[in-house]
Design a protein around this ligand. Structure first.
Ligand code: ADP
Ligand code: MG
Length: 509
């Protein structure tokens, strides 16, 4: 059958026009198709016709020419056969026949097509429903698992997949691997969750104001797990946010591994997983350790290096915003095995970007530790819209930490017991008002023992302390200034035998 497609139709029209010009009188050009004409699409005659009939279950269409009008031209159209004739040049081009009982228009879709048109969308909708059902079922299953399994027992498909990724890696490899760290600011969330749920809690090593810290193990390596109480969830959110958005890998900032939130017995459990330091906090360490001047300087220098890294804004792709800690104290500083410190607990930190002039204070209702609060915080005169103000309160607190360290340093065989700052002026758990009276009204600062002035290192440290404690915040030293002074002091010591690389370890130390 020759279909009257978009290609054949214009051709026939052209032939028709040509026919009009060249035909002699009485001769017509007609459309000719099927077996009637072998190659030509037209034929000549006195009549044109179209016919249609069933043959062996197939509908046969014909078009062609007649010498004269036949009986069939005038015959009626039945359900099996029909023929129409016409006289006019190419008049059978658009002539069509509809057999009796043939409901559908000749060019309309066949029954087969119609069935396809109905069945295909139906089938697609069915598949969609099945897929959505499967998804909802999986979601419900996962939620039920979260509710019933503890953090170490979870056996989710995702975990299996990610476990293979985490696989045999050590933490060091995992944290330094470009494939797993991505941006470099932290592990991807799924990897964090996988690591978190593979941890076994071993012993509780500390109880803070807002939660507990546990030693745990992951693939045989020690990790610290801080479990936040639900009333301090904002600290968890803040610390997680900062560690995951900012490149904070530094020797003197507590190394972040993962954050995880789980549902257990219908309550939310918030975990922060970090490197574990067996000496615990500087506060713990100072209770029972006697320092020499060199170790004292080493501890102090490492803390200020950490603080400088926090305070400074670094530009570029590997950059970071400036960060102020707002709760610096000896309990929030940890002592590493190499006698360097690292700063922990960023739950109250604020971030600032000079380039976009953006100050992110977070929305933690927690306030810093009263004993370490600077006078402008206690008398509520601090300018909350100015980032520099927060850095200056960190410096005040750093001065107090320096004082705590220096008291535990032997000079001429003399040493003081560990005491917290203002131990002689305020009660054990001082109120805001207690602190305000001592620090703002009486303008007291911790007493520096006289013996310190007989040692060049300690007297230099005493000078720094005093310059951290100016009532006027802008008058205080900056972290960078303190770091430079301590570095100079450090240079006066020989390289220690036990860890020869320490003083050369960081070019900016
Ligand atoms: P909080 O902010 O609730 O006071 P901290 O983070 O200060 O809690 O931790 C409480 C105590 O847990 C610390 O003083 C320290 O003794 C211990 N600790 C915290 N983090 C670690 C760690 N990474 N490694 C070892 N001990 C830690
Ligand atoms: Mg703390």
């Amino acid at each position: 059958m020759l279909p009257q497609t978009a290609i054949t139709r214009p051709l026939l029209v052209i032939l028709c026009l040509v026919g009009n010009i060249t035909l002699t009188a009485g001769q017509l050009n007609c459309v000719c198709m099927k077996s009637l004409c072998s190659e030509n699409l037209t034929c000549s005659g006195d009549w044109c016709f179209v016919s249609k009939h069933w043959q062996d279950g197939e509908m046969i269409h014909k078009k062609g020419c007649l010498k004269e009008e036949t009986e069939l031209c005038r015959g009626s159209i039945t359900k099996n056969y029909g023929m129409k004739c016409c006289q006019g040049n190419m008049c059978n081009l658009d002539l069509s026949i509809q057999l009796t009982g043939e409901n559908l228009p000749e060019e309309g879709p066949s029954l087969k097509n119609l069935l396809l048109m109905i069945l295909v969308p139906l089938f697609a909708i069915l598949i969609l429903i099945i897929l959505v059902g499967l998804f909802v079922w999986k979601l419900a299953l996962r939620r039920r698992r979260h509710m019933t399994f503890g953090p170490n027992e979870l056996g989710d498909v995702d975990f299996m997949l990610k476990t293979s990724l985490v696989g045999d890696s050590t933490l060091e490899v995992l944290l330094n691997d470009d494939c797993t760290t991505g941006s470099g600011s932290g592990l991807p969330f799924l990897v964090q969750r996988t690591v978190a749920r593979q941890i076994t809690l071993v012993e509780c090593v500390g109880k803070g104001r807002y939660g507990e810290v546990w030693r745990g193990t992951w693939h045989g390596e020690n990790v610290a797990v801080k479990i936040f109480s639900s009333r301090d969830e904002q600290s968890w959110f803040r610390e997680t946010e900062i560690y995951n958005t900012v490149l904070l890998r530094h020797d003197n900032i507590l190394g972040f591994i993962a954050s995880d939130m789980t549902s257990r017995n219908s309550s939310t459990q918030l975990w922060l997983i970090t490197h574990y330091h067996e000496h615990g906090s500087l506060y713990d360490y100072l209770q029972c350790t006697v320092l020499d001047a060199e170790t004292c300087l080493r501890l102090a220098t490492s803390i200020i290096c950490g603080l400088v890294h926090l305070h400074v804004e670094i530009f570029g792709t590997q950059g970071k915003p400036a960060i102020a800690h707002r709760d610096l104290k000896s309990r929030n500083i940890l002592v590493k095995n190499n006698k360097q410190c690292c700063i922990a607990d960023l739950g109250l930190a604020v971030m600032h970007s000079q380039s976009s002039d953006y100050l992110d204070i977070g929305n933690n209702p927690r306030v810093g530790t009263k004993r370490y609060m600077a006078p402008e915080v206690l008398d509520e005169q601090i300018r909350m819209d100015c980032f520099e103000s927060f850095k200056r309160t960190d410096i005040w607190a750093f001065g107090l930490v320096l004082w705590e360290i220096a008291r535990r340093t032997v000079v001429n065989g003399i040493i003081e017991d560990y005491k917290p700052p203002f131990f002689d002026l305020v009660p054990v758990d001082p109120s805001f008002e207690d602190m305000k009276k001592v620090v703002c009204i009486d303008q007291q600062t911790p007493t520096i023992p006289n013996r310190m002035f007989s040692d060049p290192t300690l007297s230099a440290l005493a000078k720094i302390m005093k310059e951290c404690w100016f009532q006027s915040p802008p008058a205080r030293l900056t972290a960078l200034r303190i770091k430079k002074t301590l570095k100079k002091l450090s240079n006066s010591f020989h390289k220690p035998k036990h860890s020869p690389n320490f003083w050369d370890q960081r070019s900016d130390f």
